[in-house]
Design a protein around this ligand. Sequence first.
Ligand SMILES: Cc1cc2nc3c(=O)[nH]c(=O)nc-3n(C[C@H](O)[C@H](O)[C@H](O)COP(=O)(O)OP(=O)(O)OC[C@H]3O[C@@H](n4cnc5c(N)ncnc54)[C@H](O)[C@@H]3O)c2cc1C
Length: 503
Amino acid sequence: MAIVEIKVPDIGDFAEVTVIELMVAPGDTIKPEQSLITVESDKASMEIPSSHGGVVKELKVKLGDKVKEGSIVLLLEAAGAEASAAPAPAAAPAKAAPVAASVAAAPAPAASSFGGSADIECDLLVLGAGPGGYSAAFRAADLGLKVVIIERYATLGGVCLNVGCIPSKALLHVAAVMDEVAHLGDLGVDFGKPVVNIDKLRGHKEKVIGKLTGGLAAMAKMRKVTTVRGYGAFVGANHVEVEETTGDGQEKTGTKKVVAFKKCIIAAGSQAVRLPFMPNDPRVVDSTGALELKEVPKRMLILGGGIIGLEMGTVYSTLGARLDVVEMMDGLMQGADRDLVKIWQKMNAPRFDNIMLKTKTVGARALPEGIEVTFAATEEGGTAPAPQVYDLVLQAVGRTPNGKKIAADKAGVAVTDRGFINVDIQMRTNVPHIFAIGDILGQPMLAHKAVHEAHGAAEVIAGELQGNKELAAAAFNARVIPSVAYTDPEVAWVGLTEDQARA
Ligand SMILES: Cc1cc2nc3c(=O)[nH]c(=O)nc-3n(C[C@H](O)[C@H](O)[C@H](O)COP(=O)(O)OP(=O)(O)OC[C@H]3O[C@@H](n4cnc5c(N)ncnc54)[C@H](O)[C@@H]3O)c2cc1C
């Protein structure tokens, strides 16, 4: 067994990049080409793969470190022939943000051949009915294509309409009105203390969702888009098999349908990351659980100081919860200008008991009195807060793509280790007749980005099928994509931050 130094390979034009994610730990067995760390420049992020397979002996980098070509990432006990044979792979190319900015290159699998018969045939199959999927399906249908959309849940709209943007904004609106009314007391107009009927509030949120998802179903019908309810997975390069589902969740009916397509758009989205050491307990939720609004906790911990966590925190704190937030980086709302965040933090200070920066959560256990959470400093020599007990813990540490759950390899579509799919600016995957859009491509995971990508992909497909060169040349090549935190105050930004511009 030889000890091999795994180094940062050629990373193109970037002199120095920051380590933002460690993907392996000492003792892990890794394969050649497996991603080890994610690094970020001002323009993009990329994964650094291993040149060898073996067992990780020692990590030589930590979060926040600056590295460059040749920096040692880790020491590896490399196995047999692999110790000398494998050439150092190049880092996954950093694409200009925003198209699939955080995804690594992935090997292309060979497609399977499907010999069965199809129940439905279409020009375009769209897998997933979130903002990306329904927008693509509607645009393609408007352009004259025969479209089938597959969705595992009962309603169209995906994360955004059912458990994301829309319900969170419905609740944030109520919180904003409550905060405004409270402020009026300082100006001499007092409405008294609000009385919250949580069941009615939840009902209001459900009604808003129902109205919008119902509207989408009607729009699909009007356009003659065929909706197939069930879990779709590729069985070949031109076929998807759907295990039909029913009820409120993903209950299987036991029946299957095969859909044959000329072209396909993968819009299967993402789901919340769950930390492996978190106990399985109703007092530990992700954003979907938090939006269920079962009750208002006294003490709530938000894991991750990003937009989703802070938006949900705003709702719960206005309803009466005291907040703590823990964030590994040195500030909340990463990506926004620090000047804006400073003002936001000052105005929101009364909501928080503790804002724990440069701190990570390292353990949690369910006790009768609450969830006890243990912390550690991310920097050597830093001090960690003492363990705390919470009535509710919201995990808002990011979202992971669904790329590995659709048997994409059967269609020959390459998926990265982490489940992302790479595309070009026309949203085309490595398989020319299969496209991908939305969260499954990588950051930024935003609904409006998915919608624009969807329109571009649908136009390219219609153009190619109908011999319309103008449509076939469509592309999504946004220079910047706006982000908004719908907190109080709202924070919106686009392009480089001041820090990035200076660097
Ligand atoms: C709490 C929260 C708040 C948010 N707020 C905002 C906001 O204010 N603004 C904003 O721009 N973005 C917001 N987002 C992000 C936004 O929801 C996503 O970027 C957006 O939904 C991505 O759209 P999509 O079409 O790529 O995927 P999704 O919305 O994830 O839709 C994918 C769909 O595919 C279906 N699917 C997946 N696999 C299969 C399969 N194998 N078979 C059948 N169906 C399948 C899923 O059930 C899902 O319906 C928020 C997200 C969350 C969680």
